[in-house]
Design a protein around this ligand. Structure first.
Ligand code: PRP
Ligand code: ORO
Length: 220
């Protein structure tokens, strides 16, 4: 595990964005962990979050010209990543969409810089891939080129629901369908490594449940 991933997991636990317990996912599975990016909800946390995204993006060495954040959560994520990149001497434009079409003033659904060149889509998680699919469509329609997706956590689990388990994860499907990389600041393997190596015995107690979940739903 790289240090950005390790520190990100610690940061997410401290912020209580990453929690252990019993949570129902969008797919209807009972998960022993959950990542709620909406709880990075103050200036210091959002600023630090942008640093983690920027570090992961720069470490990937992907060439890009701008960022796009799908509404709603992606908007703040793209904005804070753009600020962090600018602090690292990589000042790039960013854009985002509205979920509802604005029918007055400048109108439309796109806000911010004009979509052009190689665009990185920034979001928190990919569940079914709907948000990425819609983003790819908007970017291509504007004449630009989606070049990567950057997310906070890749749960590395196969598609489907509690009973039916598909062959591949939504992240794998996005890579395959659009031929673009998906970069995650951290993934389920990092979380397992973290739980295995932590000196916090209370935290370590979650290892078996997370491993069992991975054995049931995890990608092969
Ligand atoms: O891969 P998907 O199935 O699209 O799921 C992932 C998307 O779902 C959530 O956003 P949501 O669409 O709920 O909107 P929000 O950002 O307004 O919460 C999340 O922030 C991702 O954008
Ligand atoms: O699958 C989901 O619904 C899901 C899982 C998770 O950890 N975080 C999240 O925002 N959604």
């Amino acid at each position: 595990m790289n240090s950005n991933s390790f520190e990100f997991i610690q940061f997410s636990l401290d912020a209580k964005v990453l929690a252990f317990g019993s949570f129902k996912t969008k797919a209807g599975r009972m998960s022993p962990y959950f990542f709620n990016a909406g709880d990075f909800n103050d200036g210091a946390r959002l600023g630090a979050l942008g640093e983690f995204y920027a570090n992961a993006l720069l470490a990937s060495q992907i060439e890009f010209d701008m960022l796009f954040g799908p509404a709603y959560k992606g908007i703040t994520l793209a904005a804070t990543t753009a600020v962090a990149l600018a602090k690292k001497d990589k000042n790039v434009p960013f854009a985002y969409n509205r979920k509802e079409v604005k029918d007055h003033g400048e109108g439309g659904t796109l806000v911010g810089a004009k979509l052009q060149g190689k665009v990185v889509i920034i979001d928190d998680v990919i569940s079914a891939g709907t948000s990425v699919r819609e983003s790819v469509e908007m970017i291509k329609k504007a004449g630009a080129q989606p070049c990567a997706v950057l997310i906070a956590l890749d749960r590395m689990e196969r598609s489907g629901d509690a009973v039916n388990v598909g062959e591949f994860s939504a992240v794998q499907a996005v890579k395959e369908e659009f031929g673009i990389p998906v970069i995650a600041i951290a993934n389920l393997q990092d979380l397992l490594d973290f739980l295995q190596s932590t000196a916090d015995t209370h935290l370590q107690q979650n290892l078996v449940a997370v491993q069992t979940y991975r054995n049931t739903y995890g990608i092969r």
